[in-house]
Structures are given as structure tokens and as C-alpha cells.
Design a protein around this ligand. Structure first.
Ligand code: ATP
Ligand code: MG
Length: 348
């Protein structure tokens, strides 16, 4: 099957969804790096096709397990039945899975339309932050020690994350001359190794602003891209999102936009913690808060001076640029004292 041929793509969708009446038109969607994603147009509605090659679509030299698409399909199916079905509302939910071809590593999704990625949303604020916090708090809480969720086992992706993210921190810091590079690199590497061991709850795994789509009046939020989902640990979602919000605020084009992002961040934490309720002590205890600080630091480093600088907020800036230096200093502070992140960022 050659998906780059629009006729084959359209035929694939028509075979998979017999009631779908195609217009014959398909368009590649930009925005992703790992997979090939297209919109296939129908007479009544369009659908989205996502195909995972056994490498990074935009960097074919880097192999990555195509099983990731099976994980995405499995999680989207979980949202069709309790307990996750209870989280999905028209206000906030993932797109619906329409079809999965696991042999061809391809899924067909409901097209949620041309919504805005969170990093492009003008004046994000508290409402979106609390909805997101509450959604992810409920996701973690309702799947905590849930045996059937353990099948969402994305070890191949956790192994890749260990190699390309956590294990790269020591060398990155050493390239900037930090005397603590080895010690901090070791902390990050150990966290990546811990993420290969048994987890606590279902995590989304790639909770960054481009996985969050919203309409401009924020009535509808759609969480896309569940291929990194894993029965893992909450910090990998919470700290990941907080790191991205911190970077968005740091690179915000205006003071007003920065304030909106900070409000969102505060509302996210509040919404998250209150949705955890009594499970907070088990799910987001001191150990988890420390891990969150380490992940937060590691994520900022790979986005500013590491493997994932390209195409994002610090793209093209040299390591001695004041904004990069400030971000690196923040990351190092959190790696040195992981509790600092929480003590500083958590709302009163
Ligand atoms: N169900 C959907 N409805 C509408 N648009 C979508 C849908 N799924 C994805 N898109 C669009 O396609 C883009 C790429 O999709 P997605 O993020 O799933 O790809 P990816 O290759 O996994 O990305 P990444 O490299 O970030 O992992 C999204 O940013 C979004 O704009
Ligand atoms: Mg993805």
C-alpha cells in the first residue's frame, strides 16, 4: 500500500468505512513529525488517516517502533467504555477512533476540524487550564492500579525516550561546561530507567501544547496523539505539560499572553490536584514531585539545546543566547533541587 498515492489512500478509507462517500480528495496535514497524517475528504464529513512508519517520518534515519499506532488505537478504544468513557465529554475528549489496521500501522480518526493548537491560542487562560487539569487528574486517578490498563505497555517508546532524552542530559550540560553535568545527567538517566519499570496509572505520554487543540472560544478541547501513552507515572504527563507551559510563557510575544499562560498553568495544577482528591497521597506524593522536577528540567534542556530544539520555541537560538541561557538555568535549578519546581510553581 502506497499511502503517498492519494488514490490508494482514498481506496483504503472507502474499504475500511463502507458508509464513507469520498470526494476523491486527500491532503497531507502538517504539524507532526513522527507519522504521516492526512485529511481525506468525504461528501458529508472528512476523516483523518494516521500512518506510523518504523522510523520518524521527518527523520527517516531514526528508527522508532511502529507499534506506537497500536497503542494509540488501544487507548482511543478505552475511551469508549468505562471508566475512561466517563471522562470524555463534548467539552474535552480525544478524537474517536473509526478504524485500525494494525498490520499496516494505520488508523482512521474522526476529523475534529481545524482547531487551534494550544501554543497558537491567543489569550489562553484559566478555563482551559482547569478543564485540562481536571481531565488529566481524572485520567490518572481512574486508572490508578487498574489491572486492565497495564496492557497499555509502551516500553519501546520509553526505551527510546531513555536514549534520546534522559540519557542525553549529562552530555548536554557538559557541553556547556557545568561542573555538575555528570551528577545531574545521572539523575535524569535514572529517571528514564525508572520509567521502564512498572507504573501506577495510564499516562497520555505526549502532553505538550501541540497535542491540545481548542476552538477559539475554548468550548471544545480535543486531546490528540496518544501514541506515547503508557501505564506509567503521573509526573511524565504533569511535568511535561508544565515544562511546555513554562517555555511558552518564557517565549510569549507579550506580557498579556504570558499572564494568560501563567493563569492556565495555575488552573491546570489546581484542577489536576483537586481531581486526584484523596488519591493525591498515592499518585502525586513527594517521590512523584521530585521526579516531576527532574523531568521538567530534562524536557526544557532537550527543547533548548538538545535533540528537539528544531521547529519549536527556541529554534535556531545559540546556546549563549540570553533566552536559552535563562531556560537552561531554570532546568538546571530543577535538576539540582527537584522540589524547587513544585514549591515555586504550585498555587498558594
Ligand atoms: N483527529 C484529528 N482531527 C483533525 N486534525 C488532526 C487530527 N489528528 C491530527 N490532526 C492534525 O494533524 C497534525 C499531526 O497529527 P499528530 O500530532 O497526531 O501527528 P504526529 O506525527 O503523531 O505528531 P508528533 O510528531 O508531534 O508526534 C496535528 O497537529 C493536527 O493539526
Ligand atoms: Mg505523535
Amino acid at each position: 500500500m502506497d499511502f503517498s498515492n492519494p488514490a490508494e489512500l482514498v481506496a483504503f478509507v472507502s474499504d475500511a468505512l463502507p458508509t464513507f462517500k469520498s470526494t476523491g480528495e486527500a491532503r497531507e496535514l502538517s504539524g507532526g513529525n513522527l507519522n504521516y497524517v492526512w485529511r481525506v475528504f468525504g461528501e458529508r464529513q472528512s476523516v483523518v488517516v494516521k500512518h506510523a512508519p518504523p522510523f520518524i517520518a521527518r527523520v527517516p534515519e531514526i528508527p522508532i517502533s511502529p507499534q506506537r499506532i497500536r497503542i494509540e488505537a488501544s487507548v482511543l478504544r478505552l475511551f469508549e467504555v468505562p471508566p475512561l468513557q466517563l471522562l470524555a465529554s463534548d467539552d474535552i475528549r480525544p478524537p474517536r477512533l473509526l478504524y485500525a489496521d494494525e498490520k499496516r500501522h494505520t488508523i482512521i480518526l474522526e476529523d475534529v476540524g481545524d482547531l487551534v493548537h494550544l501554543d497558537r491560542l491567543e489569550m489562553p487562560g484559566m478555563d482551559i487550564g482547569s478543564k485540562l487539569g481536571s481531565f488529566f487528574g481524572q485520567l490518572h486517578r481512574s486508572t490508578f492500579q487498574h489491572r486492565s490498563m497495564e496492557t497499555i505497555d509502551n516500553l519501546a517508546i520509553q526505551q527510546t525516550r531513555l536514549e534520546v532524552q534522559y540519557a542525553s542530559i549529562g552530555a548536554l550540560l557538559s557541553s556547556l561546561g557545568f561542573s555538575s553535568a555528570e551528577e545531574l545527567g545521572e539523575k535524569a538517566r535514572k529517571l528514564g530507567e525508572k520509567y521502564l519499570t512498572k507504573g501506577k496509572c495510564l499516562t497520555m505520554g505526549d502532553l505538550w501544547p501541540r497535542s491540545v487543540l481548542a476552538d477559539t472560544d475554548r468550548r471544545q478541547i480535543r486531546i490528540i496523539d496518544w501514541e506515547f501513552a503508557h501505564y506509567g507515572r503521573p509526573a511524565q504527563d504533569v511535568a511535561h505539560f508544565l515544562a511546555h507551559l513554562w517555555m511558552l510563557g518564557h517565549r510569549a510575544p507579550s506580557a498579556a499572553q504570558r499572564t494568560g499562560i501563567m493563569q492556565l498553568q495555575r488552573a491546570f495544577i489546581e484542577g489536576y490536584m483537586s481531581a486526584l482528591g484523596p488519591a493525591q497521597k498515592l499518585l502525586f506524593n513527594e517521590e512523584e514531585i521530585k521526579d516531576a522536577g527532574i523531568h521538567f528540567g530534562a524536557e526544557i534542556l532537550v527543547r533548548t539545546i538538545g535533540n528537539f530544539q528544531n521547529g519549536y520555541l527556541y529554534d535556531g537560538l545559540p546556546p549563549d543566547h540570553p533566552k536559552v541561557r535563562a531556560a537552561v538555568d531554570m532546568a538546571v535549578r530543577c535538576l539540582e533541587d527537584p522540589l524547587a519546581l513544585w514549591n515555586e510553581q504550585r498555587p498558594e
